[in-house]
Design a protein around this ligand. Sequence first.
Ligand SMILES: NC(=O)c1ccc[n+]([C@@H]2O[C@H](COP(=O)([O-])OP(=O)(O)OC[C@H]3O[C@@H](n4cnc5c(N)ncnc54)[C@H](OP(=O)(O)O)[C@@H]3O)[C@@H](O)[C@H]2O)c1
Length: 174
Amino acid sequence: MKIVVAGGTGTVGRHVADVVRERGHTAVVLSRATGTDLVSGKGMARALEEANAVIDVTSVKTQSAKASVAFFSTVTRNLLNAGRAAGVHHHVALSIVGSNLAPYGYYAGKAAQEHLISNGNVPWTMLRATQFHEFAQQIFRRFTVGPIHVIPVMKCQPVAAREVAERLVTLAEG
Ligand SMILES: NC(=O)c1ccc[n+]([C@@H]2O[C@H](COP(=O)([O-])OP(=O)(O)OC[C@H]3O[C@@H](n4cnc5c(N)ncnc54)[C@H](OP(=O)(O)O)[C@@H]3O)[C@@H](O)[C@H]2O)c1
């Protein structure tokens, strides 16, 4: 299979690309680092040619609902439109457990993404995962005030990004 991994250089995305290749498929990684900006959409049509499935594991570093909704809505629309034009018959996306119940801040973007995909016309599968074990490191790096790292107190039941990646690829294969 040819599987497009949108955000395939990220925390979970690089595991997704690894698993796709380990299972003998072709992985096409789309990210700004690999030359494709999914917000502008430039160059996407070509990348999606003859793809069997798209796995969307893109993300934006923001806690602003407005910025999150703008990012996830634009990227999702671009991927769905390009996917439909290219004949992609499975759009797999990663969301977060609880984002539909608390659509605020960053989660507002995830809720918008879920809405667009579930009301779109490309066949889809949505996986909602809890926070990754790697999330602690992401938070540590992101929330800084000068030399101070701000760590929120939060209860969660984390999962390894690699395990989530394996599940996403299994879903795409199905
Ligand atoms: N982190 C968690 O604990 C967790 C838990 C459950 C679900 N999720 C979901 O999993 C997904 C991935 O999260 P993550 O933590 O792995 O994210 P991440 O490490 O921040 O990676 C984000 C990916 O998106 C790409 N990207 C960002 N802006 C882009 C753009 N304009 N065009 C193309 N690519 C772009 C990045 O590559 P470039 O910077 O090179 O563009 C990178 O590959 C998100 O949807 C998130 O909601 C995360």
